[in-house]
Design a protein around this ligand. Structure first.
Ligand code: 5U1
Length: 678
């Protein structure tokens, strides 16, 4: 159908008006029309677009909600790493930060941009020719998750930049957060719906952005403040951080209204103290102040140390503290056998959450605090940091307060506790995987989201699997049957079936996830990725010498020894063989790639949309992938086919606009049967 010129013009006009009103509302905090008028304009545009679907554009304000649920988030590699900030807790650390900068760049007084550090989660927004094309989480700084659909539901994020003077490609970074009020209202709604409560606004913001269903994210009151750039291609950039923030505002992106230019460290500290006072009256959570060198050329010459820039500092607010009672002192056995004493507390609300346990770190710490059961203590919690006991209030010690005797044997497996580290500070159970506590922690790590991601294998089930002896090692998980699992406490037949299906799905993994899941001491996600990038196959990693391992980025002698020793243990090699025999697999560079190129759908990108009746969507995805196709989450000019089930959404519309071939479910099933048996 051809669209009348009048309708085209009206749609463009409505889009421009709505974008401008969003800017007034979210960026300038100064709306110029009522909510009802805004809604009328939006409805008019929606009606026009449903009459002429050709009018729908990716940056239309109507496209914020309505995308379909995803199966999982795709990975996004950050071409410019998303850095973290060095922290300062004391004024003298800020003074040292300023002094070091002055010495390095040889200036008397440094100009800084100061702004609150919003307590949310860092997000990257990619704009191509002014249109928002991707939103991604920070992840580990190198690789994040594609949360485009969710980011688009946040109204303070423009779907199209204002004006015309922007680089062809520009990546904007900032913090997505939730206001205190929004957080309380959300928890109230969660509670009336019998759903879980979020512990604090940051947690709620992170949970909301990681929803696979963007319609749920759209209901969450999220906002964003922008503060930096990532990748930029083809465009002039301002010379200072302050000018950059003004430029971001000009493009319609929200920037903190509390940003100030300050001169020298005294003004930094004055800004900080002012904000400590103001903090309680802000509608959103902040956990400190960020100072950044204003001059961007100075920033460049200062460079980075490790993963943090030398030109920026987060000056954290003092940790929040409360007093409470120590009801008991117990020890916990960790995944590697480390024995950590923990204080069980009378629950107390501190730093935005209810705290009922606090780490006591080690035996020496209990002695330093002179802590006894029955003591009243000061506990501290700052941001994500595990709550800790700061001091004992001696005057409130009851006569009956009881000292704590550190055990000499593991409370779980009764093996001897050995001491390591300077002055024997680290206590470790010598039982290894004989110790059921260590086995449980090992399994929990293996099943966790960033490792094998075994959905539904929660702590309580793992505890029972170990306690009943059904699982001795991680490979035993893959021989569990529905009948065995359904015999466990509080696990219904349906959940047992789901768990077996999740175990089956987890077998198709990646090498870095598998390496991380093995739980080698000090091999976290990032190291696992670096090992994978460097060696490409498990065999090469297993055969690498300690010297060779040290040539991998960020791997030093200790981690190299840990990896080398791990792969020399016969029981570890045996478990790996067992896992592979039971079907755990991953594409290894060079091996699978060759095979994939011969598959009938290799090189084809396919998008699934709508409700499929013949099979679950994940099965459809797996079958397409088995045939070599890449299954993508969104339609673009690179898409080869869109497979459409019942009630298709905007993806079908987009396919029509781009002229991408659309297959209905019958055609899809024919294609599957033609290309290969299951
Ligand atoms: N306000 C603000 N928060 N924040 C967080 N600025 C800021 N800058 C950051 C981070 C991680 O990183 C810079 C290195 C861009």
């Amino acid at each position: 159908m051809t669209v009348p010129i009048r309708a085209q013009q009206r749609a463009a006009d409505l889009r421009a008006q709505l974008n401008q009103h969003n800017y007034h509302y979210y960026v300038l905090d100064d709306p110029i029309i009522s909510d009802a008028e805004y809604d009328r304009l939006l409805r008019e545009l929606q009606e026009l677009e449903s009459e002429y679907i050709e009018l729908v554009t990716a940056d239309s304000p109507t496209q914020r909600v309505g995308a379909e649920p995803l199966l999982s988030f795709e990975e996004v590699k950050h071409n410019v790493p998303m850095l973290s900030l060095s922290n300062a807790f004391e004024e003298n650390e800020v003074i040292t930060f300023d002094r070091r900068i002055r010495e390095r760049v040889d200036v008397d007084v440094v100009e800084y941009v100061a702004e609150p550090k919003v307590d949310g989660l860092a997000i990257s927004l990619l704009y191509e020719r002014g249109v928002l094309v991707r939103g991604a989480t920070r992840g580990d700084g190198m690789t994040g998750e594609d949360v485009t659909q969710n980011v688009k539901t946040i109204r303070s994020i423009p779907l199209r930049l204002l004006g015309k003077q922007y680089p062809r490609l520009i990546e904007v970074r900032g913090e997505v957060f939730m206001t205190h009020k929004g957080f309380l209202a959300l928890n109230k709604r969660q509670s009336s719906a019998g759903l879980k409560q979020f512990v604090n606004p940051r947690n709620a913001a992170a949970g909301s952005l990681r929803q696979l269903d963007p319609r749920l994210t759209a209901q969450r009151p999220l906002q964003m403040f922008c503060y930096a750039l990532g990748e930029v291609d083809d465009g002039d950039m301002p010379e200072s951080q302050y000018a950059l923030l003004q430029q971001l505002r000009g493009w319609g992106l929200a920037v903190s209204p509390l940003v100030e230019l300050v001169e020298g460290v005294e003004q930094c500290l004055a800004y900080y103290h002012g904000m400590v006072e103001k903090r309680q009256s802000l509608t959103y959570p902040i956990d400190g102040i960020v100072y950044k060198v204003n001059d961007l050329s100075l920033q460049q010459s200062l460079g980075f140390v490790s993963r943090a820039p030398r030109w920026a500092l987060a000056h954290k607010f003092p940790a929040q503290e409360e007093t409470t009672l120590v009801k008991a002192i117990e020890v916990q056995v960790g995944r590697t056998g480390a024995i950590t004493p923990v204080a069980r507390l009378e629950p107390v609300f501190v730093g935005g959450v209810t705290v009922s346990n606090a780490t006591l770190h080690n035996r020496a710490e209990i002695e330093r605090l002179d802590l006894r059961v029955g003591d009243t203590v000061v506990v501290r919690r700052a941001g994500d940091v595990i709550p800790e006991v700061v001091k004992v209030i001696g005057k409130r010690r009851p006569r009956a307060a009881k000292g704590f005797q550190f055990p000499t044997r593991c409370p779980v497996c009764h093996s001897e506790i050995v001491y390591e580290g300077g002055e024997g500070i680290i206590a470790r159970c010598s039982g290894g995987l004989y110790c059921s506590a260590q086995r449980k922690e090992h399994l929990k790590h293996f099943a966790s989201r960033k490792a094998m991601d075994i959905d539904g294998l929660g702590d309580k089930i793992i505890d029972q699997l170990v306690e009943t002896g059904m699982v001795q090692d991680i490979a035993d998980l893959y021989s569990l049957t529905v009948a065995q699992l359904a015999g466990l406490d509080r696990l219904a037949e349906k959940s047992a079936q789901n768990l077996v299906a999740a175990l089956e799905r987890s077998k198709q993994t990646t090498l870095h996830r598998f390496l991380f899941a093995l739980g080698i001491s000090q091999v976290g996600e990032t190291t696992a990725r670096q090992l994978t990038d460097h060696y490409g196959s498990l065999e090469s990693i297993m055969n690498a010498t300690e010297n060779d391992l040290q040539s991998v980025t960020d791997i030093g002698p200790i981690v190299a020894t840990n990896i080398y020793t791990f792969f020399r243990q016969s029981h570890n090699k045996q478990v790996i063989r067992k896992l592979r025999r039971r079907g755990v697999m991953w594409p290894e560079t060079g091996i699978i790639k060759k095979d994939v190129s011969k598959l009938p759908l290799s090189g084809k990108t396919i998008v699934l949309t709508g409700i499929l009746s013949a099979m679950p969507r994940n099965e459809a995805k797996a079958r397409l992938q088995d045939l070599g196709a890449k299954v993508a989450g969104s339609v673009s000019s690179k898409t080869d086919y869109v497979i459409v089930g019942a009630e298709p959404g905007s993806k079908a519309i987009k396919a029509a606009q781009l002229g991408v071939e659309v297959l209905d479910e019958t055609q899809f099933l024919k294609l599957l049967s033609k290309l290969g048996p299951r």
